[in-house]
Design a protein around this ligand. Structure first.
Ligand code: BGC
Length: 345
């Protein structure tokens, strides 16, 4: 049995009421999800002694998320990561998107899916229960073509998995790249430099100064980008200008559910494995956290205080002909799944 509870979680300045769902599985794993941004507000998982701890960064109340949030726990869309200069050409038409990261478009624009209110309903499946979030992104929103219906379902299983499934349909061809943006810290405090990361990826897509892919696909072997054998996040980070903020090309190639990443925290013994049907994963080592955000319990989130592993299509795909296509056509249904599996060792 997975327990589902629904509670009020404050309201927006325009008085829209926000709700929060709490899911608890029979091992005590607990996920809290709110209708603003379809945000995972907290995720409590056991350590090797069975002690529960929240392993995600964020805020205790809605206010923090409304004031300033670097996408803590949110669903990111319509297009996760960057689109160069906020423009692309599709079927001969040039589209101009909102630019909110210098000259570039980032994470869906000024008001991305992380800042909208989603409709929500509880769902129960065999051995899993969760919340189904739905949102209609209108034709022209942030500059994107087509009315896009998005369904994101988070569910917990009694095997200590948090599953995130994405579905979408459009009435005009559109780029789409939906992802989940939790900042994880498996110790629940300090930085993530001692977390051991494994990425099931032999290649990555290098970026320019503005973090836009150059279009190359390079081997990680023999470079500080190599996490194929499991490495501490901090062991070579000083050699990577600005820290890690790169898309890795998954060995699986996407299309079917495959292991993408493993993160192990040696002090608490917590292990998180990520499986996905996506072809890429963005490893972001929390480089822009600078201590100015006081998050849960007043904790200041300093540089590398959390890490993101965002399953995705590659950044700037609409302008990169050699990357897997991120275009959803009318009449087709997008279906994507990412599973976070928790255990200890
Ligand atoms: C991106 C970073 C960006 C961050 C925003 C990550 O997904 O890769 O470049 O700064 O999101 O908080």
């Amino acid at each position: 049995m997975i327990d589902i509870k629904r509670d009020p979680f404050g309201s927006l300045p325009d008085e829209t009421a926000i709700e929060i769902y709490t899911l608890t599985n029979d091992k005590g794993l607990k996920a809290r999800l709110m209708t603003y941004g379809a945000i995972l507000v907290s995720l409590e998982v056991p350590d090797r002694n069975g002690v529960l701890g929240d392993i995600t960064l964020g805020y205790d109340s809605l206010d923090g998320y409304l004031k300033a949030s670097p996408y803590f726990g949110a669903i990111v869309g319509r297009y996760g990561n960057r689109i160069a200069k906020g423009r692309f050409i599709l079927d001969g038409i040039e589209y101009k998107l909102a630019t909110n990261d210098g000259i570039n478009h980032l994470h869906g624009g000024v008001k991305g899916f992380d800042k909208v209110v989603w409709a929500a309903e509880p769902v129960e499946e065999a051995n899993a229960a969760g919340v189904r979030f739905t949102y209609l992104s209108r034709d022209g929103e942030e500059g994107y073509p087509g009315n896009l219906r998005v369904v994101v379902t988070y569910s917990l299983t009694n095997d200590n998995e948090l599953r995130i499934s994405y579905e979408a349909e459009t009435d005009k061809a559109t780029p789409i790249n939906l992802t989940h943006h939790s900042y994880f810290n498996l110790a629940g405090k300090g930085d993530v430099l001692g977390h051991r990361l494994t990425l099931y990826a032999d290649k990555f897509t290098p970026v320019d100064e503005g973090l836009i892919p150059t279009g190359e696909v390079l081997d990680v072997k023999g470079t500080p980008m190599d996490f194929t054998k499991g490495e501490a996040v901090g062991s070579r980070i000083a050699q990577v200008k600005g820290g890690y903020d790169h898309n890795y090309v998954l060995r699986s190639g996407g299309g079917s559910l495959a292991l993408a990443a493993g993160v192990y925290e040696p002090i608490t013994g917590r292990l998180m494995e990520i499986f996905t049907t996506e072809p890429g994963i963005q490893f972001y080592s929390g480089n822009f956290l600078d201590g100015t955000i006081a998050g849960k319990g007043g904790l200041a989130y300093t540089k590398h205080g959390g890490l993101c592993l965002e399953t995705q299509h590659f950044p700037d795909s609409p302008n990169q002909p050699n990357f897997p296509s991120s275009i959803l056509e009318p009449g087709r249904k997008l279906a994507s799944l990412t599973v976070h599996k928790f255990s200890t060792k």
